[in-house]
Design a protein around this ligand. Structure first.
Ligand code: XMP
Length: 325
């Protein structure tokens, strides 16, 4: 099948066009897979969630979704995947909590590229183990979208560590492969997926692993997750959700002295990053109101264990990248 978006294909900008696309894809998926089962790695990101939504509509429980929780997801994400797909959509969902496996493999590893490779390779290994437990699966669904094809020959960016072993060859089901990201979101909306899932900000495949700088420890990872949750909650309450392109916290592997309960205490600092961009190649810093930053600082230093300072990153890209890694 061609990997070029047909020239006749209309840009999906509204529900009517999205519904027509959904009907067409439901028919095509049913024709392709017939009564066979389809496997999907469901991260809970926009693309895999929309693929899951489409396939559930087309073939219901013939879709087997596997959600691997690598322990590096944001607060509430694995729970949302289970709630939406298993509880609300009654999907066939295999949930694997592999947190300890990932953290064991990452123990003492501080080099960012090595961390990425370990996370990617372990992800494939866990997914492969789950896939081997299932029999008679010939099809693999993937959330490939058109920019993946244009930019990297059809391989999703975070699948950069090789794929499944030779003896596990599947026929691919890629219903979104000619869609741009904005179109995927309209389709997700039309499928009735939660707004927060469909319009969520970009999140790297290695997750909080790139924001817990240096060697990851459980307690510092927890501090990244909790501070990120506070930041997101406050941005949502103060009208910045959906306005700011990407915002998150990162914690470097350093401690500095502070004062807690009248005693000197060595603790971490949380860095807040909030940026706007069109294409992630360059970025500007969101001028977050000072009062809000003070309030967030207060919450983080009182609610997040082990943190005594909060810093705001004023650096555009370039010279900074968006992620701290
Ligand atoms: P940088 O840090 O290079 O990030 O300025 C640019 C954008 O890419 C996101 N990013 C990733 N997205 N898988 C992804 O899907 C990844 O491994 C990954 N690493 C970085 C980053 O969050 C920012 O939006």
């Amino acid at each position: 099948m061609s990997n070029v978006r047909p020239a006749s294909m209309q840009r999906i900008t509204n529900f009517e066009l999205a519904n027509a696309f959904i009907d067409e894809q439901v028919k095509a998926i049913r024709e392709q897979v017939k009564d066979q089962k389809v496997l999907l790695a469901l991260s809970g990101g926009v693309d895999s969630s929309v693929v899951a939504g489409l396939l559930i509509k087309a073939i219901g429980k013939q879709l087997v979704s596997v959600h691997v929780n690598h322990g590096l997801l944001r607060k509430g994400e694995p729970e949302q995947v289970v709630e939406v797909f298993r509880n609300q959509l009654d999907a066939n969902l295999v949930y694997v909590d592999a947190t300890d496996r990932f953290l064991d493999k990452l123990k003492g590893v501080s080099d960012p590229e090595t961390k990425r490779k370990i996370i990617g390779a372990e992800f494939i290994r866990v997914f492969e183990e789950e896939a081997r437990k299932l029999t008679d699966i010939k099809f693999l669904a993937q959330g490939t979208i058109y920019p993946d094809i244009l930019e990297s020959g059809g391989v999703k960016a975070h699948h950069n560590v090789g794929g499944l072993p030779e003896d596990m060859q599947f026929e691919l089901v890629e219903p979104l492969k000619f869609l741009y990201k904005d179109e995927v979101r309209v389709v997700g909306d039309a499928l009735g997926l939660p707004h927060g899932m469909v319009y969520r900000q970009p999140f790297p495949g290695p997750g909080l692993g790139v924001r817990c700088l240096g060697a990851i420890t459980k307690d510092r990872l927890e501090a990244v997750r909790e501070s990120d949750a506070i930041l997101r909650e406050e941005f949502a309450k103060n009208g910045l959700e959906g306005k700011v392109w990407q915002y998150f916290t990162a914690i470097p592997d350093i401690k500095s002295v502070g004062v807690r309960n009248d005693l000197r205490a060595d603790e971490w600092c949380v860095i807040i990053r909030a940026v706007n961009t069109k294409d992630a190649m360059t970025a500007t810093v969101e001028p977050v109101p000072f009062e809000l930053l003070s309030h967030i600082t207060n919450r983080i230093t009182t609610e997040v264990k082990g943190v005594n300072r909060v810093l705001f990153d004023l650096t555009p890209k370039p010279t900074g990248t968006i992620e701290w890694e």
